[in-house]
Design a protein around this ligand. Structure first.
Ligand code: NAP
Length: 495
């Protein structure tokens, strides 16, 4: 299906999504919801409604499972090389359409265009990486210890997968699941976040153009994700739930999946510590902090949520960070010079405001930013707080915004205690010139991913995921991501 991908700027009619597909994508068809219901999509930089997408019903969800089931046999029997080539074509089309996709992400999510471009490049890489992995899925063969038989282990696609994704990376969180699922030979139903459905639908059109057969990927949006997910999980043909989102919803979905003993992968919330030791390279630590804190304006699960700085370097680091944060240009994400876009909703701004006020009431000093600006849109300014109490609410909750809370520490042991004082365990960052110390502290920190002298660790070639309440399973990496969508079948052979 060829779509007018150069259709920007958008028409003024809020329900005209400027040539982008915006209907349920089921069995290769673009459909309205069975009861005609709609969900409005908002531009967070203005608060204006920019589009409406179908609000899927239980009937639509059943149709999506049916379509995925109908396509399952053909796809699992498609030669790995052919699957690989289709995934490679998805990568190439994403690269070709990257500027338009980035604009669409900026528009509905609000993130600065430079972040959206980075996201599209990252999202596309999951297709390239999994195109390469699709032809390298191997099994095992050995002799049983008794010598009586051979042990053959075959890895098979797990079955129909329900994929649920958040709004903060509308392209990458979808491709991080879809690409390995398709490489493994599974068919899927994607339920993107209600705030950012347009990117998911634009990508669905791209998969179709790349040659993904009808029914292999189905996409539906709904304002009632709980009942629809429960209904899909209750269908015995659905064998996998892969969820990225908040820990609270993840817990509820694990309980729901337990009713049917469905395999779950959970990429949940984070509360990343960013630790700067006295011997760190100050400029490198500041560069890293700006990336770890401000990529996506702080709306990232891996965002530095607590910054611990050793006494000797504390003041220079805090001053440097405040200077850099105060200089960032705030504006609509779609504007070329914007460095910090709006938050996703007013609710998100209200939460950040509450957390900042709580920290200040417990003694934090505001070095820059710190209050909600007047005007349209859901903006919060880049903010640096120092002397933040370890008891402040923001030390225990995801800020999910452009607020950098600094807490001073004295010893390595104290830094480790601070870092691990959270129910989360997704990412952590360490800055030190002493690599032995870096590796020692990395070993002690309870997190699935560590950036040692790096503010960014996401890479399709590396296993992404958390420990503790940050999740179960891994996405990306050599075999890890695909393994989540496969099941081992053991065959005992005598010959
Ligand atoms: P969320 O509220 O948990 O929503 C995530 C997705 O779940 C959305 O598609 C949402 O649909 C859907 N959902 C909500 N309630 C549901 C239910 N009862 N049953 C089934 N699906 C349901 O999270 P969010 O606010 O979109 O995203 C932010 C969170 O995601 C943060 O906690 C962040 O740390 C986490 N995150 C984690 C990773 C990671 O890799 N670990 C990556 C990115 C984000 P609606 O939009 O329709 O509500």
């Amino acid at each position: 299906m060829n779509l007018p991908y150069n259709a920007f700027p958008l028409d003024q009619d809020p329900y005209d999504v400027r040539g982008f597909p915006h209907r349920l994508y089921i069995g290769g068809q673009w459909l309205p919801s069975s009861d005609g219901g709609l969900i409005e999509v908002t531009d967070p930089s203005s608060g204006a409604v920019i589009a409406a997408v179908p609000d899927a019903t239980l009937e639509d969800a059943a149709a999506a499972v049916e379509a995925a089931a109908k396509a399952a046999k053909g796809w699992r029997e498609t030669a790995p090389r052919k699957r690989s080539e289709i995934l490679r074509r998805c990568f190439e089309l994403m690269v070709e359409r990257s500027e338009t996709l980035a604009m669409l992400i900026s528009l509905e999510n609000g993130k600065a265009l430079r972040d959206a471009r980075g996201e599209v490049a990252y999202a596309a890489e999951f297709f390239r990486w999994n195109a390469e992995e699709a032809v390298r899925i191997t099994g095992e063969f050995g002799t049983a210890p008794s010598g009586a038989n051979r042990i053959v282990v075959d890895y098979q696609p797990i079955g129909i997968c329900v994929l649920i994704t958040p709004w903060n990376f509308p392209a990458a969180m979808a491709t991080r699941k879809i690409a390995p699922a398709l490489a493994a030979g599974c068919t899927v139903i994607l339920k993107p976040a209600s705030e950012t459905p347009l990117t998911a639908y634009a990508l669905a059109a791209l998969y179709s153009d790349a040659g993904v057969p009808d029914g292999v990927v189905n996409v539906l949006t709904t304002s009632t994700p709980g009942p629809l997910t429960s209904a899909m999980l209750a269908d015995p043909r659905v064998r996998k739930l892969s969820f990225t989102g908040s820990t609270g919803i993840g817990r509820a979905l694990l309980a729901e999946a337990a009713k049917h003993v469905i395999s779950c992968s959970m990429e949940l919330g984070g509360n990343a510590p960013f630790i700067v030791f006295d011997d760190a390279d100050l400029d490198a630590a500041l560069d890293g902090a700006m990336i770890a804190k401000m990529r996506n304006a702080g709306e990232a699960c891996t965002a530095a949520n607590r910054i611990y700085v050793q006494s000797g370097i504390h003041d220079a680091f805090a001053d440097g960070l405040a200077q850099r944060m105060a200089a960032l240009k705030i504006g609509a994400g779609t504007k070329a010079d914007t460095e910090c876009g709006p938050m996703i909703t007013k609710k998100a701004v209200d939460k950040i405001d509450r957390l900042v006020k709580d920290a200040v009431s417990r003694g934090a000093k505001v070095l820059c930013g710190g209050s909600v600006p007047e005007g349209d849109g859901f903006f919060y300014p880049p903010t640096v707080l120092s002397e933040v109490s370890p008891d402040a609410d923001m030390a225990h909750e995801e800020i999910f915004g452009p607020v950098a809370p600094i807490t001073r520490f004295e010893s390595e042991a104290q830094a480790i205690l601070h870092a691990n004082n959270t129910e989360y365990g997704l990412a952590a960052y360490l800055y030190t010139r002493d690599v032995a110390r870096g590796m020692r502290v990395a070993a002690e920190i309870e997190a699935g991913m560590i950036g040692l002298n790096r503010g960014l660790m996401s890479d399709p070639a590396a296993p992404f995921g958390g420990v503790k309440q940050s999740g179960l399973g891994r996405e990306g990496g050599q075999h890890h991501g695909i393994a989540e969508f496969m099941e081992a079948k053991y065959i005992a052979v005598t010959f």
